[in-house]
Design a protein around this ligand. Structure first.
Ligand code: GAL
Length: 375
């Protein structure tokens, strides 16, 4: 992990770190010498991406001269853990909050308290909902993530080519659809991007969903749970594929869900590789365990979001606020949280297929070759 972070800072974060370090040296000594604390609330340590996010934020903020109060909410199964953590950060004198919410609408009281004390709040990757008390949002282009997932599914089926253009293959291919946790705004946007992309092919009958479960509520995996996805996949196989119907593809919005689905598919005797009959399964986050599966030709693709770049962007935004300025934004229209349109900085995403692993993930220093080797 350290090696990865060190390499990441070298590849992606150099400019940011130098700039921020420079700010600290030239700026107000009181703010940049460790006097100010920034609260960083992350949702869970059960997924490696959030650990990387937390560590990159912590090191970037410390480089910029701030103390960091970093807390993980364990996916907040009891319902209040993250709210309590954020409250403790406010009570502890945090000057700014960076929050990746477990439940996007679950921190209303804390955001109100922060606003009352003029504590800027940055929503990190996941939008904070139903509150005035969120000032800025850093995330990836979430609609583009959904489009990328559906496009790679269609590509894996042979329905579109490498440019996303129809090949003329009319199928029909059988697919099943999975969604993330419905209390995470991102799950809805990924779904929208994916369904908009699939819809013409569903309308033409090129792809079909034998279960008929095309509503996001039916497709949900609460808390992005791989175990729940595995259970649902097993149930779908038993109920709709027991008669020998072939399942060709699975739309999965997140690598943990992909691995759950693949486990169920393998237990049902499919595969082991896509060439042997494992359905085409998509993903997101380029988690090492899934990149290994892509190397092994069991998972088809993932969507890589460079969390080092996201953390760097959040650090830049935090420093801008604490030095009395405003952070840069590149989207002022998309992210309505129910109360306000939150000014946003969006980053790009990249679909990763097996052939891209070395160039996109290893050469960039995100992983060492050993970390994602099929072994
Ligand atoms: C989403 C995030 C995804 C994935 C998922 C599960 O909010 O955008 O990249 O990490 O949570 O952790």
């Amino acid at each position: 992990m350290n090696r990865r972070l060190a390499a990441g800072a070298a590849v992606v974060g150099t400019a940011a770190v130098l700039t921020l370090a420079g700010c600290g040296a030239d700026g107000d000594d009181g703010e940049s010498s460790g006097a100010g604390t920034i609260g960083v609330a992350m949702p869970t340590e059960s997924s490696e991406r959030w650990i990387t996010d937390g560590e990159t934020l912590e090191s970037g903020l410390e480089e910029a001269g701030y103390d960091v109060d970093l807390r993980y909410a364990g996916d907040d199964t009891a319902g209040f853990k993250q709210a309590d953590q954020v409250q403790a950060m406010i009570d502890g004198g945090a000057e700014l909050l960076i929050i990746a919410a477990v439940d996007g609408a679950g921190l209303g009281d804390q955001l109100e308290a922060a606003a009352a004390q003029n504590i800027p709040v940055i929503a990190y990757d996941r939008l904070l909902l139903d509150s005035d008390g969120v000032d800025h949002y850093v995330t990836f282009d979430n609609y583009a993530v959904g489009v990328a997932q559906a496009t790679s599914l269609l590509r894996g089926l042979g329905v579109v080519d490498a440019d996303g253009e129809p090949t003329g293959d009319e199928g029909p291919y059988n697919i099943e659809l999975f969604a993330g946790s419905l209390d995470d705004n991102n799950a809805h946007i990924f779904w929208q991007g994916a369904l908009d992309t699939l819809q013409p092919y569903l309308d033409d009958g090129v792809v079909k969903v034998p279960s008929g479960q095309t509503d996001i509520v039916q497709a949900e995996s609460w808390r992005w749970s791989g175990d729940l996805a595995q259970d649902r996949m097993s149930g779908l196989l038993a109920q709709f594929y027991g008669d020998g119907t072939t399942l060709d593809g699975v739309l999965s919005p997140y690598d943990g869900i992909s691995r759950g689905a693949i486990t169920a598919l393998a237990l049902d005797g499919l595969g082991p590789t896509i060439a042997d009959g494992m359905p085409v399964v998509t993903g997101q986050d380029a988690e090492a365990d899934s990149v290994k599966l892509i190397n092994e030709k069991m998972q088809y693709s993932t969507v890589f979001k460079d969390t080092r770049a996201l953390a760097d962007e959040a650090v830049r935004a935090a420093v801008a606020y604490l030095e009395g300025g405003e952070p840069e934004v590149n989207d002022t229209g998309t992210y309505d949280n129910g109360v306000k349109v939150v000014p946003t900085f969006l980053l790009d995403v990249a679909t990763v297929y097996r052939r891209d692993i070395d160039e996109v993930l290893v050469d960039s220093g995100y992983y060492t070759a050993e970390e994602v080797d099929a072994g």
